[in-house]
Design a protein around this ligand. Structure first.
Ligand code: GDP
Length: 194
């Protein structure tokens, strides 16, 4: 899995690509590391723009991988400074997006390993399960934690999402150290490239 191309930034549902390629959708709080995740998987290419000012990107970004499937970067949720109606906005966006797009085939939910899952994380998990879509959890930025803290972070996640099994539907990840990269590439390849 080497080839990735940025193909579109959609600002509304009319702008999303109209072909039938399957979509692996990345979701998570603003600044959780979604762009860095994409870049780490395809390094040394740097196709996704990372940002230190969270909550700015409101577009749905489409990346075409090996001409076989899309990695879709959804706007991040939960950045407090955006507005009070953030939750409503994000709920509407995600419902709208999942209703409009019949090609969503998997959801990758990124959670910063340093923080316990937040209410919007719980909502997202519930939403994906209600749609009966395959769900994968990525615990990001694990390079920022000590081994003992990583064990605690895994426990926190399993406590709220009992269906999670690390190594199967959940992975530790670091865009800096490339922790988890091999496993995630293997997973995406088996889902979309075989
Ligand atoms: P996005 O808003 O979810 O796309 O997040 P970005 O990928 O833009 O990352 C937000 C910030 O977190 C940037 O400053 C990144 O350099 C940093 N970051 C992302 N992933 C990692 C990681 O695995 N380890 C560390 N130490 N920093 C990271």
């Amino acid at each position: 899995m080497k080839k990735i191309e940025f193909v579109a930034s959609a600002f509304n549902m009319n702008e999303i690509p109209k072909d039938d390629l399957p979509c692996a959708v990345l979701c998570g709080r603003s600044n959780v590391g979604k762009s860095s995740f994409i870049n780490a998987l395809f390094s040394p290419l740097k196709v996704a723009r990372t940002s230190s000012t969270p909550g700015k990107t409101r577009s749905i970004n489409y990346y075409l991988v090996e001409r076989k499937f899309y990695l879709v970067d959804l706007p991040g949720f939960g950045y407090a400074k955006v507005s009070k109606s953030e939750k409503n906005y994000w709920e509407l966006l995600i419902t709208n997006y999942f209703d409009t797009n019949n090609n969503i085939s998997t959801v990758f939910h990124l959670i910063d390993a340093r923080h316990k899952p937040q209410p919007l994380d719980l909502m997202l998990n519930e939403f994906v399960r209600s749609r009966e879509l395959p769900y994968f959890l990525i615990l990001s930025k694990t390079d920022k934690l000590k081994q003992s803290e990583i064990a605690g972070a895994k426990k926190d996640v399993i406590e709220v999402f009992p269906e999670i099994i690390f190594g199967t539907n959940a992975f530790l990840f670091s865009a800096v150290k490339h922790t988890g990269k091999k496993e995630i590439i293997k997973l995406l390849s088996s889902l979309y490239l075989s």
